[in-house]
Write a protein that binds this ligand. Structure first.
Ligand code: HEM
Length: 430
């Protein structure tokens, strides 16, 4: 069968001028491409009045920002985008919730050592040695999917494989053995994402803060454990020394653990959702991948480019600077539109094609670049490839069973379909 490497053409929707686009609107999240194009062409560095952030949309400008960490610092990456009200703040304070500089939010001297620690734990060699376990976890979760499809005729990838595999894998690779179930960790992370990168109203903020406080309580408890296995993240945190020779405080260790856990499974889960959606909605794509599973890794690279799971990320300007022809004062807060960079025709001709033969296949910025580039990139790639390879082999007749344009998560930083409904051709109808 001749594959279509094109994603389905989105139904043209009226595009509001980019100057009036609400970045936290679900409609925008579902199809941000036209707005991004308008921004890249006419307003490459544009002040967004709704969020108070400068939107940076061109590949070259975003790349430059990421490669100049002293001018463009990352101190603001974990600040809540919606102002938190007193009841929520009180609940967080009561739980001593605090995220001192760790990785994502660290422009200080302590970053290099903590990053080296993360790079060691997530090195290509460690990922390689974890591959048999990753394949086993994927296989078990696909067994569960198989059962659900047989029982009900339908399943939602977003609530099954894309949720369970990344959580089980990240806990395994980081050596975190615990009694925590997948659902609890998922709920904790989902609450963090909504509280810090969404637009919850004050009542919702209060409930989310309770959940995030419970998450933080657990983190604080496990970083204080003494019975931790060799080679685990917890052991590495215990042994770590800051540049002045002092050990990490409990709050700093909890902050590192928080960022690695959230970054380690949420992004990969969203990546899995987008990969299933594009593979099942692209005409003939699922079968084309099933015919030769060695096509999977290169094709997934295109999903990362087109549907960057971390869709946008923040920086703050440290000194007056000119970016994309716009003068920015110190303190200006930027939002780097990573998804937009993958569609920049200066770098990716015919960007709307998911084209695994691109010469610069790995040139996208979905994993960032520079001193904060994602240390989990190889793990995410290995996981994504294991899931899709096994899925196309086991379910060559899987089909999309949702609306052509499913609802998307409305978040300033993360982007993925909320649901990925699937069924088997000829299988039981729901
Ligand atoms: C498809 C999946 C993933 C995507 C799209 C992704 C994306 C990113 C991006 C864009 C950055 C750079 C942020 C910046 O420049 O400030 C980053 C950093 C980071 N990622 Fe990932 N990531 C993924 C998977 C993972 C995994 C599996 C882990 C760990 C298990 C992980 C851990 C981290 C950490 C700790 C950082 C901070 C590094 C630093 O500040 O030095 N990520 N990620």
């Amino acid at each position: 069968m001749k594959p279509s490497v094109y994603p389905p053409t989105p139904t043209p929707a009226p595009t509001p001028p980019p100057t009036r686009t609400d970045l936290l609107d679900e409609g925008f999240a579902a199809c941000p491409y036209a707005t991004y194009q308008a921004l890249r062409e006419d307003h490459p560095v544009h002040y967004d009045e709704i969020t108070g952030l400068w939107l940076v949309s061109r590949y070259a400008d975003v790349r430059r920002v990421l490669l100049e960490p002293e001018t463009f610092r990352n101190d603001n990456t974990l600040d809540a985008i919606t102002q938190l009200r007193l009841p929520a703040l009180r609940r967080l304070a009561k739980a001593d919730f605090d995220l001192p500089p760790a990785l994502f939010n660290n422009s200080e001297a302590s970053h290099a050592g903590l990053r080296a620690l993360a790079m060691r734990l997530l090195s290509a060699a460690r990922v390689r040695s974890a591959l048999p376990d990753i394949e086993r976890i994927v296989s078990e979760e696909l067994d569960a999917l198989d059962e659900e499809l047989a029982r009900t005729g339908r399943a939602d990838i977003a609530q099954t494989v894309a949720r369970s595999v990344p959580i089980r894998v990240v806990l395994h690779v980081l050596g975190i053995r615990n009694t925590l179930d997948v659902e609890t960790l998922y709920e904790w992370t989902a609450a963090s994402i909504e509280l810090f990168w969404g637009r919850p109203d004050p009542d919702r903020q209060r409930d989310l803060a309770d959940t995030v406080a419970a998450f933080f309580g657990w983190l604080t408890e496990i970083v204080q454990r003494t019975d931790v296995p060799e080679g685990s993240l917890l052991m590495a945190l215990r042994r770590h020394r800051l540049p002045d020779g002092s050990p990490l405080g409990t709050d700093q260790a909890a902050s590192v653990l928080y960022t690695v856990l959230v970054a380690g499974h949420a992004t990969t889960g969203f990546f899995t959702c987008s990969a299933f959606l594009r593979a099942l909605q692209g005409e003939g794509t699922w079968q084309w991948l099933a015919e030769d599973v060695e096509r999977v890794p290169a094709w997934l690279e295109e999903v990362l480019r087109y549907d960057a799971p971390l869709t946008a990320w923040r920086r703050v300007v440290a000194r007056p600077v000119t970016l994309g022809g716009v003068d920015l004062p110190a303190g200006a807060e930027l939002l780097l539109l990573l998804t937009s960079t993958g569609l920049d025709t200066e770098v990716f001709p015919e960007p709307e094609r998911l084209c695994p033969e691109r010469p610069n296949l790995r040139g996208h910025l979905a994993f960032g670049i520079g001193v904060h580039r994602c240390p989990g990139a190889e793990l995410a790639r290995a996981e994504g490839a294991a899931v899709l390879r096994q899925a196309v082999r086991r379910f060559p007749d899987l089909r999309w069973a949702g609306p052509p344009r499913p609802p998307y998560l409305a978040s300033l930083a993360f982007r993925a379909p909320r649901h990925v409904p699937v069924a088997r051709t000829g299988g039981r109808q729901a």
